[in-house]
Design a protein around this ligand. Structure first.
Ligand SMILES: [Zn+2]
Ligand SMILES: [Zn+2]
Length: 409
């Protein structure tokens, strides 16, 4: 084993630096993974603006990943060499969220209600929260990734952008030998969290699904909806992204700037006068308002999009848009534990893998992190992978993205 663990840091906006940290230490109940792929989630926003989530700072970035188990302690259900997905967080396993197999990043140990009361998702902005929790740094809030390092007495390994990563055993899932890492790596925040939304809404064959405001979460929603046999309408404006959406199986594209955009939705959905399920993936009020209009009576509206910097309430007319129409409203940001089995089955599906080849638009070595974040900011991207072992097969944009770029140009 090496003596150090290389991690990606973002010391200041628009700058990435690799840093050597002490090699991770594990405690009982935890295993060590050699990270093969660490997908980029919203870290390009950190790179751009240096705005942190509560569980991250400039030296602690990344939360998605797949790899090979390289160290276990006696009693572990894993063995060295197992190929695995690592899910994010360190949930308590005792609260009702955990025992019902719901999403670990919604564990009761994470005090979202306190964050909401303080009017901020960033406890740095409200020191009272930290005092109430008895921790010095927001990173040390139980349930987060730094908590993994704390519980193991380790100086590295809790986070995704590192060569070696520690996971609680209950947050690790073995994958079949014939499932390539590149598809397994979509189990976190692209096909994973969207699997849970689609499953919770009960999307089934021939249902109408609208996906609005597409980036990689929107693309993940499209693939999940197509996997269930639904008919997918994408509400979007960026011509390049709309071409990407078609490659991932979108059946219809409606431009929400068109004066008759709602009539177009009604023409498609017939007497339902709206979609059975509407997924909002941007976080912008522009799309939120359109989604409320486009959902049918007694339909579902699922909100993935949020803006960390925006605490504005949702633009909802309660009586006319929700009560009188019986619309159900929800959201989430992680895959339920009880959905992991079905998710893995989906990731092994050849048609899903074909669509996923369009979702994965760029791959880079971890040392090329800045290029990866720039690509994510380009608005011509889907899911982007980092290779912490510096063994990226074809660094840069994917063949399918380059093909699409020359076709759309
Ligand atoms: Zn993520
Ligand atoms: Zn819990």
């Amino acid at each position: 084993m090496p003596k150090t663990n290389t991690v990606l840091t973002i010391p200041e906006p628009k700058r990435v630096a690799l840093k050597q940290k002490p090699f991770p230490k594990i405690a009982p109940g935890y295993s060590l993974m050699k990270v093969e792929i660490a997908p980029v989630c919203i870290e390009h926003q950190v790179y751009l603006e240096h705005r942190m989530e509560w569980h991250s700072d400039e030296e602690h970035q990344g939360h998605e990943g797949v790899g090979t188990i390289c160290e276990v302690l006696p009693g572990s259900r894993f063995k060295v060499g197992d190929r695995v997905i690592m899910y994010q967080g360190n949930p308590c396993q005792e609260c009702f969220v955990c025992t019902r197999g719901l999403s670990p990043t919604h564990c009761m140990e994470i005090p979202y209600e306190l964050f909401a009361e303080a009017g901020t998702q960033d406890p740095r902005a409200n020191l009272d929260i930290l005092q109430q929790l008895g921790v010095e740094s927001p990173l040390d809030v139980p349930g987060g990734l730094k908590d993994i390092e704390n519980k193991c007495g380790s100086e590295s390994g809790g986070f995704g952008f590192s060569q070696y990563r520690i996971g609680p055993d209950h947050m690790i899932q073995k994958i079949p030998d014939d499932l390539p890492f590149r598809y397994a790596a979509l189990a976190n925040c692209s096909l994973g969290c969207t699997y849970t939304g689609i499953e919770e809404m009960g999307v089934k064959k021939d249902d109408w699904v609208i996906v609005a405001g597409v980036g990689f979460i929107g693309f993940g929603s499209i693939i999940n909806a197509k996997y269930r046999g639904a008919r997918v309408i994408v509400l979007g404006r960026n011509p390049f992204r709309m071409e990407q959406a078609k490659k991932m199986g979108a059946d219809y594209i409606v431009n929400p700037d068109d004066e008759d955009w709602l009539e177009q939705i009604h023409a498609l959905t017939g007497d339902l006068k709206g979609a059975d399920h509407v997924i909002e993936a941007s976080g912008y009020p522009y799309y939120q308002k359109k989604c409320l209009k486009a959902v049918r009576r007694f339909g579902n509206m699922w909100l993935y999009g949020f803006l960390v910097e925006n605490n504005e309430p949702l633009p909802i007319h309660l009586l006319d848009e929700i009560h009188n129409r019986g619309v159900k409203l929800s959201g989430n940001h992680d895959v339920h534990v009880k959905h992991r089995e079905g998710l893995l089955r989906m990731l092994c599906n050849p048609e899903v893998q074909r669509m996923a080849d369009h979702l994965i638009t760029h791959e880079y070595n971890m040392s090329e992190g800045a290029e990866a974040f720039e690509a994510a900011l380009s608005k011509k991207a889907g899911k982007i992978f980092l290779y912490p072992q510096e063994n990226c097969p074809n660094s840069g944009p994917s063949a399918s993205l380059r093909e699409l770029e020359s076709a759309v140009r």
